[in-house]
Each structure stands twice: as structure tokens, then as C-alpha cells.
Design a protein around this ligand. Structure first.
Ligand SMILES: *Cc1c(COP(=O)(O)O)cnc(C)c1O
Length: 384
């Protein structure tokens, strides 16, 4: 890698996280325990929800939400295809069938009208993905899904700080899943959180997250002495552990600073790329507070080169990028297993050919944004 290589993302971890990890290591209790319980409590308060269940990924949180809602074979779960593989994979894991509905052209979030067309008598849940950290049009989605009695789950992997009409993500639907993966807005390396106001769902998810063994089983080697435990469900090994939670607690203290920094950088991108023919940014609705997780742009026909050539040209200039996302339904597994193909979600499919995410992370400098902007302008002017 060249010295001046600009990474697409770099996590912001400091001495606070280092100290917190060392403290856990020295405590003698490294798995699920007091730090995890504290992170759950603080995170639930942060999102204004009654319950948070710490897990080892957002994928696990999504899967648990579906299982706890009783979704299984014969059911359908609707989501949008502009998302990460796991949003749909977890549906397959339950034995249900994933159904894809198209997205809005300007935000690439689930289109409520397309959702209406995707619903069938078998629809048992809807997973709404807050793409790039911009909340979905939840009032419309909840109303359409509600007509079928289908609960909505927020895939809030990108949206830890976001708000919709003044209300925090995580509190907008039946349950929500957050990600603390290395590239997400706050990170524990790997990790996730399931949040909900539904007492039963929370209890069931917490049970299933740790093998389905009776509650508070994490205390079974604690100071209160040995206690028998029972297996009451065939659960999973999805629990968050205290090393992760210790990092998460420190990251959560910095979440506002990280957010403000990315917002500033996004505004600098907006200004720098304004009016540039061939690059189309996403829209932001006036009634949301975005979390500014990604800076996706669309390389349109006016650019005179393909998205992939545009990426290659940025890479030649030592600039790293991501692609969020090529539509899930067009990936080989989904084509082969379910017979999905082009034409199912035309808006998502067109976007999927055009999307590229420019570098964005809290410690990025103004000069680095300017360098990316300059490269974009140069590439579009030269067509290479
Ligand atoms: C990252 C991501 C996930 C999965 O998160 P993990 O914590 O890695 O399991 C789910 N949905 C979306 C939209 C994501 O970007």
C-alpha cells in the first residue's frame, strides 16, 4: 500500500478503549457479565427504548428478532435489496422466504408503495433498512405493514445516531438491530444490539442469544454460588461479551463527537461535489437527522465512464472506496435458490450499477476530503 493511501474507513479507537479492555482482562471476568449488562442499559437509554440485548453482531440481532417473532417456514419477510447480505440471509435461516421490494430513487430506502405491492397473505414481517444512516419513511412503512398486521424491524446497522421526526432510530418499530462492526459508526470490532419496547420479545431474544438456557445463566459461575440451569429452547451462541462491551461503552461516550465530525465532512463533500455532472448524491429529507454513516454517490450516464472504471481511477490515485450495495436479489445464491433476476426491483438495480461510497470516518481531515473531491473532478473531466 502506498504511504498516501487513503483508507475507505478507519475506526477511531484511543487510550480510553485500551484502558477499558485491560481493565476487563484484569478483572477475571471476560465473557458476558457486568460490562455487557451496563452497555445494554446505557444503549437502551441512548435510543429511548425499554430493552437492549447485546449480541455478537447485527446479523445475530436480526436473526433473533425474526425467531423471537415466531417467523419460520411458510412465511415471507419483505426487505429492500439495497442492503448487506445478512439482512436477507437471516430470513433464509428461519426457513422463511425473503421478498424484495424496490427502493425510492432519491434515498434508496424502502419505497412504501413498492412494499404495498410486495405484501401477500404470507407476509409475517418487514425489515426496513435505514440506508447510509438516513431513516426510512417509517410512518408510511408502518402504516402499510400494519394493514397486514406485519411487524416492522429496523435494520439500523448504519443509523446508530439517526432520528426520524425527532424520534431515535431503534424506537421506531417493533424491534431494531444495530451493528458495531469495525466500519460502523461506533465499533466493538464485532458486535451488535437488539433493542425493543416489547417485554416478551426482549426476554425471548435474551434467552435465545445464550443457548436457550434459563435466564441470567451468565451468572452461573458468579459469586452467588452454583445454580442449576435448564435448556428451555434450542438457542444460539450469539451473546456479547465484556471485552466487546467495554469498548462499546467508551465508543458510545464519543458517538456525538464522531457524528459531528462526519456531518462536517459530508457537508464539505456536498459543497465540493455540488454541480459536478456525472456524480449524483443521495437526497436527505428535512424531517430526519441522518447519521452520515456513508457518503454514497451514483456515477450516472453523464459521467462518461462506468462505476467500475470510476473506482479503478480512484484506486489508481490511492483512494479506497466501498460499494454499498449491489442488490441482494441479484447475487448468485438468491438467483439460484429463489429464481430472482433483473427486473424485480428496477430502481435498486439501476442504483446498484452506479453506487460508490467515498471515504468517510471521524478522523478524516478536510484536506483528505478535498483530495477525494479533486480526484473525482479530475476523473470526470478526463473520463479516466
Ligand atoms: C453491516 C450491516 C449488517 C450486519 O452487521 P454485522 O454486525 O456485521 O452483522 C446488517 N445490515 C446492514 C445494512 C449492514 O450494513
Amino acid at each position: 500500500m502506498a504511504d498516501d493511501y487513503l483508507m475507505f474507513h478507519r475506526p477511531s479507537l484511543g487510550p480510553e478503549e485500551e484502558r477499558a479492555v485491560v481493565e476487563v482482562l484484569r478483572s477475571g471476568w471476560i465473557t458476558t457479565g457486568p460490562r455487557t449488562k451496563e452497555f445494554e442499559r446505557v444503549f437502551a437509554a441512548y435510543r429511548g427504548v425499554a430493552h437492549a440485548v447485546g449480541v455478537n453482531s447485527c446479523t445475530a440481532a436480526l436473526h433473533l428478532a425474526l425467531v423471537a417473532l415466531g417467523i419460520g417456514p411458510g412465511d415471507e419477510v419483505v426487505t429492500s435489496p439495497i442492503t448487506f447480505a445478512s439482512t436477507a440471509n437471516v430470513v433464509v435461516h428461519t426457513g422463511a422466504v425473503p421478498v424484495f421490494c424496490d427502493v425510492q430513487d432519491d434515498t434508496l430506502n424502502m419505497d412504501p408503495e413498492a412494499l404495498r405491492r410486495a405484501l401477500t397473505p404470507r407476509t409475517r414481517a418487514v425489515i426496513a433498512v435505514h440506508f447510509a444512516g438516513h431513516p426510512c419513511d417509517m410512518d408510511e412503512i408502518l402504516s402499510v405493514a400494519g394493514e397486514r398486521g406485519a411487524p416492522v424491524i429496523e435494520d439500523a446497522a448504519h443509523a446508530v445516531e439517526a432520528e426520524y421526526k425527532g424520534r431515535p432510530t431503534g424506537s421506531l418499530a417493533r424491534a431494531a438491530a444495530f451493528s458495531f462492526y469495525a466500519t460502523k459508526n461506533i465499533t466493538t470490532g464485532e458486535g451488535g444490539m437488539l433493542v425493543t419496547d416489547d417485554d416478551d420479545l426482549a426476554q425471548r431474544a435474551a434467552l435465545l442469544a445464550l443457548h436457550g438456557i434459563s435466564r441470567d445463566a451468565w451468572k452461573r459461575y458468579g459469586a452467588e454460588g452454583y445454580r442449576h440451569w435448564d435448556t428451555v429452547a434450542a438457542g444460539y451462541k450469539y451473546n456479547m461479551f465484556d471485552i466487546q462491551a467495554a469498548i462499546g461503552l467508551e465508543q458510545l461516550k464519543k458517538v456525538g463527537r464522531f457524528w459531528a465530525s462526519r456531518k462536517h465532512l459530508v457537508e464539505r463533500y456536498d459543497a465540493g461535489l455540488a454541480g459536478l455532472r456525472g456524480l449524483r448524491p443521495l437526497a436527505r429529507r428535512p424531517y430526519v437527522t441522518a447519521s452520515y454513516h456513508l457518503y454514497p454517490v451514483r456515477v450516472t450516464a453523464a459521467a462518461g465512464l462506468s462505476r467500475d472504471d470510476f473506482i479503478a481511477a480512484l484506486n489508481r490515485r490511492s483512494i479506497g472506496v466501498g460499494v454499498h450495495f449491489r442488490p441482494v436479489h441479484l447475487h448468485p445464491f438468491y438467483r439460484e435458490q429463489f429464481g430472482f433476476g433483473p427486473g424485480l426491483c428496477p430502481v435498486a438495480e439501476e442504483a446498484g450499477e452506479q453506487l460508490v461510497s467515498l471515504p468517510l470516518f471521524p478522523d478524516m481531515t478536510d484536506a483528505e476530503v478535498d483530495r477525494v473531491v479533486g480526484a473525482c473532478r479530475e476523473i470526470l473531466a478526463a473520463g479516466a
